[in-house]
Design a protein around this ligand. Structure first.
Ligand SMILES: Cc1ncc(COP(=O)(O)O)c(C=O)c1O
Length: 431
């Protein structure tokens, strides 16, 4: 253990990290492009974009400069009763690239707050109109964040168990695996036809945390259509899928029927700073425009629309909307597809999927596919020792790299994965 690790362990409690039996955290001194550099000189390729947030590479000079300039000009101001150019410009630009039914931008701090705001916004939308609807539908396996509202609409399991008594009731429909689509649609229809459903929240066409599980855009489209016919607010949680991850700027671009509310975060600032955004239609906001004070949306955070964060997001959009970034995303999809073809039929591999810049597959182990499949525990150190950051979700190995990763770097990652697949015994399972 080095000095930095010793000091860390004395004073810091890390997220999603068991306090016994885990490796010491690596101390990262700097990062550039797709590479993280440890304080003892090791280089690690960030193949998961640091929890799916990084788009353009680490410490990108354009974003760094925007942050520095904004910090020197206006670092923060209360966002009630005040506004500023970086927030206005960012809202205008987001509305321009989102589906054209989106009209208003509400800022918050991260992905969990973006979904939390969306849920509250939907419930109060009905409350303000005196309409009694208090049920919400979510999909099995969903992950929408770690605050209480977000946890409530997420998969109930070992992560939420200590809190289950405090989570509100949610109607979960089954995950729409291809062979279950008809059954799931019927479950959904039965719930919608009760007339009691206020909202339907979903990760459009791919669930992230449940293991990068892809499902049908056509089915989701039908569900949204039915829901909207019954005045149910449809919430697209694009925290993971937003900003080009799935090949289009937003996963909802693959839909004909447009969601009423969007949740954004992660890639919003190119992964440089924490920020959440919830956008909605004018119809939703209209229910709040009233002289009655009680119809106000009483929600806000101290750092709402922080100018430095907005500047980072604007700078990230500059990069994202270039032809170069678009080509990078297409290139990545092409590389993933070629690799998927290469490992198709491998005895260790099943259910390979490529969606835009995301590649995932399940590894055949003697246990079922699940987050708690032990494969994660030995694969993480195995790949770190080879200079690659991968964080398998149980036995689901996935790649979601920054868009700027080179062909050469991707080849290195694919080759290392293949080496492991061809010789799984080389892994030290006692790690
Ligand atoms: C779809 C989705 N929603 C919400 C969140 C929560 O975001 P945050 O970790 O920023 O709170 C995540 C995080 O992984 C996510 O994948």
């Amino acid at each position: 253990m080095n000095k930095g690790q010793e000091r860390d362990l004395k004073s810091i409690w890390h997220p999603f990290t068991p306090l016994r039996g885990m490796e010491e955290p690596l101390v990262i001194e700097r990062a550039e492009g797709v590479n993280l550099f440890t304080n003892d000189g090791k280089k690690i390729i960030d193949a998961i974009s640091s929890w799916w947030v990084n788009l353009h590479g680490h410490s990108h000079p354009h974003i760094a400069q925007a942050i520095a300039q904004q910090a020197a000009k206006l670092e923060h101001v209360i966002f009630a009763g005040f506004t500023h150019e970086p927030a206005i410009r960012l809202a205008e630009r987001l509305l321009e690239i989102l589906t054209d039914n989106q009209a208003k931008v509400f800022y918050s701090d991260n992905g969990s707050t973006a979904t939390e705001v969306a849920i509250k916004m939907a419930f109060q939308y009905f409350y303000n109109q005196g309409i009694k609807k208090n049920r919400i539908i979510a999909i099995d396996g969903a992950y929408h964040g770690d605050t209480f509202g977000a946890m409530s609409v997420g998969e109930r399991g070992p992560f939420t168990e200590p809190f289950d008594p405090y989570l509100f009731n949610v109607d979960f429909i089954d995950f729409p695996h291809t062979e279950k689509e008809t059954v799931v649609f019927e479950q959904f229809k039965t719930l919608i036809e009760t007339g009691e459903v206020a909202a339907f929240i979903f990760e459009p066409i791919i669930q992230g945390a449940s293991g990068m599980r892809v499902y049908s855009a056509e089915l989701l489209d039908e569900m949204i259509s039915l829901a909207q016919q019954h005045n149910v607010v449809c919430i697209a949680d694009e925290v993971m899928t937003g900003f080009g991850r799935t090949g289009s700027l937003f996963a909802s671009d693959f839909l004909v029927n447009k969601p009423d509310i969007f949740c954004l975060s992660k890639g919003l600032t190119g992964g440089a700073m924490a920020m959440g955004v919830t956008t909605c239609t004018d119809k939703i906001q209209a229910a709040y425009r009233s002289n009655d004070l009680m119809k106000t949306f009483f929600h806000g955070h101290s750092f709402t629309a922080n100018p430095i964060t907005c500047a980072a997001a604007n700078a990230s959009l500059d990069l994202l909307l270039t032809q170069k970034s678009k080509e990078d995303r297409e290139r990545l999809k092409q590389l993933h597809t070629e690799f998927a073809d290469r490992i198709e039929g491998h005895k260790m591999v099943r259910n390979i999927r490529v969606l835009g810049t995301i590649l995932a597959f399940e590894m055949n182990t003697d246990k079922d596919t699940s987050y708690f499949n032990e494969a994660r525990h030995y694969l993480y150190p195995y790949f770190i020792n080879r200079g690659i950051l991968l964080r398998p979700l149980g036995n689901v190995l996935y790649l979601i790299p920054p868009y700027v990763i080179s062909d050469h770097e991707m080849k290195f990652i694919y080759d290392e994965i293949l080496k492991f697949l061809n010789n799984p015994e080389s892994v030290n399972k006692n790690n």
